[in-house]
Ligand binder design. Structure first.
Ligand SMILES: Nc1nc2c(ncn2[C@@H]2O[C@H](COP(=O)(O)OP(=O)(O)OP(=O)(O)O)[C@@H](O)[C@H]2O)c(=O)[nH]1
Ligand SMILES: [Mg+2]
Length: 437
């Protein structure tokens, strides 16, 4: 596993609602007390919350299961069970959340403190007080708590920065970030010194500021999964301006213009839309002996191969991260460009609004009938299974209510239509009963 975790799938399970209670008032001198069973409390939800102190998803490395507590059961004397606290899970700014099974976009978490409920707690079951009516003043009916939502979600971090520093390994991206911000990334004479995107706040000489991210080096073929680059390209997606850093010294034996083309090729094969971001070419290491000559050659090639003669020239800023020459004009130009560059929409799709009640998918039939090899009828489906889970089978009256609910859903009729006979076994989950007409 990479040292840097920017994509992870986790399990979240909300708490079940507390069970409602069947109880009756038993007071001295009061012969037949009325119903007194309280409701269960609601189960805790699992909620993601953005913590600006986090930079990676590293915390999920060894901890991928998050559970909230169930609500307390209802009690006698009409006392309701207590609701459970929600479980908060911290994520860094820039975390995209998807349902791991359907791939649906659940949210994109940006602001510090922003929250997203990823597993809803079950509601508490109603106690028998709630089922009292003039016709049935002492019902032995209570509901179990609703199950908590449970699912796998995928977290993907795309760092939040206005500007992204991209280029081959060792071209001086981290050196530049350390010069323009208070970030202290590791700098080294070897390739892939940077494995974690570093973020820094940059302030220009005229007082404008922006966030810049130093990304791990990209190499040719990275977008096809060769080398390290592919997993980091996602971090460019939120940036509005790309600082394309090129080593003009030629000291690694590569041609600066070839480097430039190779990196752009990487960006486009990862996601064509990355090329829509305006670029500033940062000609780095201008303190080195051959740099001036290489830069002149580079500019010549850039002009020669310009495909659209009316397009603006791509700005080239010669600098030296080491001597700090040329930094000021570069930063001012970057801030200028940011001012005129809109945000790029990260996702074409809409965030799935879960306004529908959990567990109720209107497109899905309310139940499904199958037949086991042993001739047992199998009832399944989200709604019917939930109804089953919320039924307290300790009380005959509650069981009868369940039978009525099934009939109301058309289960009896459907079973009969499929050929079920009196005395046939019917199963829901683990529970079996006889079909009686
Ligand atoms: N002469 C000279 N050397 C530089 C300059 N900028 C960076 N270097 C050197 O180039 C080497 C690589 O610098 P880094 O800043 O680590 O490069 P990087 O692009 O972040 O590299 P990766 O993180 O590996 O992709 C280091 O030895 C730096 O000292 C510069 O302007 N002039
Ligand atoms: Mg670096």
């Amino acid at each position: 596993m990479s040292m840097f975790l920017d994509q992870v799938t986790i399990d979240v399970k909300a708490g079940k609602g507390g069970d409602g209670m069947v109880a009756f008032r038993r007071e001295k001198y009061v012969p037949d007390g009325g119903p007194a069973g309280g409701d269960g409390g609601h189960g805790g939800a699992v909620i993601l919350v953005v913590d600006e102190g986090l930079r990676t998803l590293m915390d999920f490395r060894f901890n991928r299961h998050f559970k909230a507590q169930p609500g307390e059961n209802g009690m006698s004397k009409g006392m309701h069970g207590r609701g459970s606290e929600d479980t908060y899970v911290k994520v860094p700014q820039g975390t995209t959340v998807r349902d791991a099974e359907t791939g649906a976009l659940l949210g994109d978490l940006i602001e510090n403190g922003q929250t997203l409920v990823v597993a809803k707690g079950g509601r508490g079951g109603r106690g028998n007080i709630r089922f009292a009516s003039p016709r049935n003043p002492a019902p032995e009916i209570a509901e179990n708590g609703e199950p908590g939502q449970e699912r796998k979600i995928e977290l993907e971090l795309k760092v939040l920065a206005d500007v992204g520093l991209v280029g081959f390994p060792s071209v001086g991206k981290s050196t530049l970030l350390s010069v323009i911000s208070s970030a202290r990334p590791k700098i080294g004479a070897y390739h892939f010194t940077t494995l974690v995107p570093n973020l820094g706040m940059v302030t220009t000489s005229d007082g404008r500021s922006f966030a810049a991210a130093d990304l791990p080096g990209l190499i040719e073929g990275a977008s096809q999964g060769v080398g390290l680059g592919t997993q980091f390209l996602r971090h460019i997606e939120r940036t509005r301006v790309i600082l394309h850093v090129i080593d003009m010294s030629g000291m690694e034996g590569r041609d600066p213009y070839e480097d430039y083309l190779a990196i752009n090729h990487e960006l486009s094969s990862y996601n064509l839309r990355l090329l829509e971001r305006p670029q500033i070419i940062v000609a780095n290491k201008m303190d080195m002996p051959n740099a001036e000559e290489n830069l002149a050659k580079f500019k010549e090639q850039l002009n020669k191969e310009k495909t659209d003669e009316f397009a603006d020239d791509i700005p080239v800023f010669p600098i030296s991260g080491v001597t700090r020459k040329g930094i000021d004009p570069l930063l001012n130009a970057t801030a200028d460009l940011l001012e005129v560059t809109p945000e790029f929409p990260l996702y074409d799709e809409e965030i799935e609004e879960e306004t529908v009640q959990y567990g109720f998918n209107p497109d899905e039939p309310e139940f499904k009938i199958d037949r086991d090899p042993d001739a047992t009828w199998i009832l399944s489906g989200e709604k019917i299974e939930k109804l089953f889970q919320m039924t307290n089978f300790d009380h005959d009256e509650t069981v009868m209510r369940f039978a009525r609910q099934l009939r109301g859903m058309g289960v009896d009729e459907a079973l009969r239509a499929r050929g079920a006979k009196d005395g046939d076994l019917v199963r829901i989950g683990e529970f079996e009963f006889e079909f009686v007409e």
